[in-house]
Design a protein around this ligand. Structure first.
Ligand code: F3S
Ligand code: F3S
Length: 105
């Protein structure tokens, strides 16, 4: 799956959301999360992010590999919600994302 990493935190441009054919990019409080159970690896989201936050899971920079685990944990907690549009803003974050400093970006 593709993964949203640190440059999205507190930025949340959301250009990616409109590109996703399976509506699997969900909004948390400080970042968005791609549901790895729903992403079909089409890659359409990656080039449109103005902060270059999106990576294929195997191409994540080393410091950001944990964002893959954060996405897995996030959806293990909230479940597969069947579409980001209907789910709306989920209003919280995976604990490691929530703990990032306020001036991270
Ligand atoms: Fe975030 Fe980039 Fe999407 S900043 S919301 S990953 S377009
Ligand atoms: Fe959607 Fe991006 Fe995956 S557009 S299907 S989240 S690669």
């Amino acid at each position: 799956a593709y993964v949203i990493a640190e440059p999205c935190v507190d930025v949340k441009d959301k250009a990616c959301v409109d590109e996703c054919p399976v509506d699997c990019i969900y909004e948390g409080q400080r970042t968005l999360y791609i549901n790895p159970n729903e992403c079909v690896d089409c890659g359409a989201c990656e080039p449109v992010c103005p902060t270059e936050a999106i990576f294929y899971e195997d191409d994540l920079p080393e410091d950001w590999t944990w964002y893959k685990d954060a996405a897995v944990s996030f959806f293990a907690e909230v479940g597969d919600l069947g579409g980001a549009t209907a789910a709306g803003s989920i209003g919280h974050d995976e604990p490691r994302v929530a703990a990032l400093p306020a001036d991270i970006n």
